[in-house]
Design a binder for this molecule. Structure first.
Ligand code: SF4
Length: 376
C-alpha cells in the first residue's frame, strides 16, 4: 500500500466542512500502525446525529481536478502542482475497513477532485462504497459527496449506499460563483443536483458548504442563500467555511475571511433553524453594509427590540426565546414549570438553564427587573 498516497488524500479531505467534524483526532497520539499513522490527518470526531458522536475517516478519492476554482490547491489554476494521487476503489475500501476494525472508526466521508469528468470519478467513489457495504458488510455511517455536474443515475446509485449526501454550493449566486470558476454552473451543476438529492431523501438528509469571503459577497447575500436553502432543499445543515488564501492559487493575495465572520453566521443560522426567528428579524441584525457585526446577534436583536422587560411569569415560549441566555430547552422548561409555580424565582430560572447575567437586562422576575436595558 502506498502510504504516501493515503497520507496526502487524508490530509486533503480537511478542506471540506460539509459534516459536523468538530475535533480532529490528536495527531500526536502514538500508534505503531502504519495505516493509522498515515490517516491521522483525516480522522475526526463528528456529531452525525443529535447527541451522538462518532469517529469518521474523511478522505478524497483523488486530489487531481480538471476544474479551475481560484481558491483551491487542487485546481488547474494552482501554479504549484502538488503530487497527485488517486485511490483504486478496493484500495480505499481496504484502508477504511482496516481503520474500522482496528481503530473504532465508525464512519466514512468520501469526497473527491474531478478527473476526466464527474461521472468517471463518481463511478470510482461508487465502486468504493459498494465494496464497503456489500463485500465488507459495513453497516455504519457513510457521507457521500455528490460532484457538480454528475448524472442523475449516479446520484440515484449513491443514495443506495449513503447515510448522508451533500453537494457544496460554494457561493451565494451564479454571479458570485463566476468570480472563481469558469466551469461549474450554479443552477444546473449544483442546485439541480441538490434538488435531486432532496427528492431521494437520504436517511440522514443532505448538507452543504459555502465558502465565506471568497467572492466578495455580503452576509446579507449569505443569509438570503441560507434561507433559500433551508426553505427549499430540506437541508440538514449549512456549513460556512471562512475563505483562507492558499499560496500559488489565483486568490493567494486576497484577504482571509475572519473566523469570527463564520462564527456569527453560525449564530444566526441557529436563530433561524432552532429559535424560530423570522427572516425579517434576522435582517435587522445586519449593519448598513449588509454585514453582521462581531457581537452576539441575539443580544443585538434584543437591545434593539426588547424595549420592555419580558415578564417570565406570563411570556410565551416565542417571547422567551428572544431573550439572550434563554435557549429552546430552557424556554420549554420555564413554560412547564409555570404550570405548578406561576411566580418563578431567579433560582428556578437558573436551574432551568437560563444564563442570568445575559438574561437579566431583558426580563422581569416576580415584579423585579434591572432598571434599564442600557445598563446591560
Ligand atoms: S471542483 Fe473542488 S477540488 Fe476541483 S478545483 Fe474546484 S474546489 Fe477544488
Amino acid at each position: 500500500m502506498d502510504l504516501n498516497k493515503v497520507r496526502h488524500l487524508s490530509d486533503a479531505g480537511r478542506f471540506d466542512l460539509a459534516c459536523e467534524c468538530t475535533t480532529q483526532k490528536a495527531r500526536e497520539k502514538y500508534t505503531e500502525d502504519a495505516i493509522q499513522q498515515a490517516t491521522l490527518g483525516g480522522i475526526y470526531t463528528s456529531h452525525i446525529t443529535d447527541g451522538k458522536t462518532v469517529k469518521i475517516f474523511k478522505t478524497l478519492m483523488t486530489n487531481s481536478c480538471t476544474h479551475d476554482c481560484n481558491y483551491c490547491q487542487n485546481s488547474t489554476r494552482c501554479t504549484k502542482q502538488n503530487a497527485k494521487f488517486m485511490y483504486e476503489p478496493d484500495e480505499l475500501a481496504k484502508v477504511f475497513m482496516h481503520l474500522h476494525k482496528n481503530h473504532d472508526i465508525e464512519g466514512l466521508f468520501i469526497s473527491s477532485g474531478i478527473v476526466k469528468d464527474a461521472d468517471f470519478t463518481t463511478d470510482k467513489m461508487l465502486e468504493t462504497v459498494k465494496l464497503v457495504r456489500q463485500k465488507y458488510n459495513f453497516k455504519g455511517y457513510i457521507h457521500f459527496k455528490v460532484l457538480p455536474g454528475v448524472s442523475y443515475d449516479k446520484v440515484r446509485e449513491a443514495r443506495r449506499y449513503a447515510t448522508r449526501m451533500s453537494i457544496n454550493i460554494e457561493a451565494t449566486s451564479a454571479q458570485r460563483i463566476n468570480e472563481f470558476t469558469s466551469i461549474k454552473t450554479f443552477k444546473s451543476d449544483i442546485l439541480r443536483r441538490q434538488a435531486w438529492i432532496k427528492g431521494m431523501s437520504p436517511p440522514s438528509g443532505q448538507s452543504t458548504q459555502l465558502v465565506v469571503g471568497a467572492a466578495g459577497e455580503t452576509d446579507a447575500e449569505v443569509l438570503n442563500m441560507m434561507r433559500w436553502e433551508y426553505d427549499n432543499m430540506d437541508l440538514h445543515r449549512m456549513y460556512y467555511s471562512p475563505f483562507n488564501p492558499i499560496s500559488s492559487t489565483p486568490f493567494e493575495a486576497r484577504e482571509a475571511a475572519p473566523k469570527w465572520r463564520a462564527h456569527r453566521l453560525y449564530n444566526v443560522d441557529w436563530l433561524y433553524r432552532k429559535y424560530g426567528y423570522e427572516f425579517n428579524e434576522i435582517k435587522e441584525i445586519l449593519n448598513d453594509n449588509g454585514m453582521l457585526p462581531n457581537e452576539d446577534p441575539k443580544t443585538i436583536h434584543a437591545k434593539k427590540f426588547l424595549t420592555q422587560p419580558i415578564d417570565v411569569s406570563s411570556a410565551t415560549k416565542e417571547e422567551l426565546l428572544r431573550v439572550p441566555g434563554i435557549g429552546p430547552k430552557t424556554a420549554q422548561k420555564i413554560v412547564e414549570l409555570r404550570k405548578s409555580t406561576p411566580n418563578l424565582k431567579r433560582e428556578q430560572l437558573h436551574e432551568a438553564g437560563a444564563i442570568l447575567h445575559r438574561a437579566d437586562p431583558f426580563i422581569k422576575v416576580n415584579g423585579w427587573s434591572q432598571r434599564t436595558i442600557t445598563a446591560f
